[in-house]
Design a protein around this ligand. Sequence first.
Ligand code: NAD
Ligand code: 89V
Length: 343
Amino acid sequence: MTGLKGALIGCGFFAINQMHAWNDVDGAEIVAVCDRDPERLKLVGDQFGVERRYSDAETMFADGGFDFVDIATTVQSHRALVEMAARNKIPAICQKPFAKTLDDAKAMVEACRAAGVALMVHENFRWQTPIQAVRKALDAGAIGTPFWGRFSFRSGYDVFSGQPYLAEGERFIIEDLGIHTLDIARYILGDVSALTARTKRVNPGIKGEDVATILLDHVNGATSVVDVSYATKLSKEPFPETLIELDGSEGTIRLSQGYGLEITNGRGTTVMDVSPKLLSWASRPWHNIQESVYAIEQHWVDQLRRGAEHSTSGADNLKTFALVEAAYDSAARGQTIDVRAML
Ligand code: NAD
Ligand code: 89V
């Protein structure tokens, strides 16, 4: 079977990872790139040897010649670009955060459903090797039925140097980073029925919140805490590791800093190194995220070819995105939010 041809919109900071990963993916290649910033367009076009370059997405869709589009722009343009893809009957990948509001996200899912095209959100954190290892241990019944969890990302890393827009939005850590952690919580412990959140801004140089603590009631009866911070200065910087604690009826799982996975149950304790691979183009400490970009892109191609639903389809991601909106709402009102009523 011949490979799929893709087009990338948005040649910014993170798109470099996406382009490197597309080079490694089996069964797809990027044949066109688009950015309204001529410098970024030239930089990415030259670096990855893509001849077809566009400053305008409408013109690129009109010219066609590709089987899918990879939208790597920031959130402001996501709805318009996903709807453009749907109008042109082109399957689309959309970066997180999926949309500005849950209503926009629902409209995007509906547009792709009505057009009969696949839509996947580039929610890559669940594809990280250590997160997959936790899921595998749970699926193997290593700790019986989990009843409690903690999903923690606490860091003092300067994310603003690579992504300056993160300092400027009214919303910061839940929308940008907590969205990944909440998705991991759903991926590991299942969907959420209710949520309670508290937020803080510690760094005076940014607009949004940089600390959030979120209590989740999962539909299956488990309880978990998602805690995220970019105001946590530690002796050994853990960025960008998500640490996990799970207690189950038959044992416990601990994913700790340095990618150590410890499983304790009736058979004793096993300790494994679940470090991500350092891909040829990757660099520490980002290699964990970079490897997951390759994994989600390969998943996109494999499922598209099978005609099967993607793990982080638009419809699936509505349930993660609802948690983001619920967290802001809960923190603002000091109340527990019924998540199921939002969907
Ligand atoms: P960026 O600002 O560096 O890049 C965005 C690019 O898109 C810019 O070059 C801009 O000119 C271009 N652009 C915007 N709107 C456009 C439009 N309508 N048509 C054509 N080009 C357009 O941003 P970034 O840091 O690369 O982030 C992009 C997205 O990736 C964000 O949504 C961010 O949250 C997400 N992100 C995801 C991860 C992850 O691990 N999944 C990591 C970092 C960033
Ligand atoms: O994944 C992201 O969206 C990034 C980072 C991991 C740095 O927060 O913004």
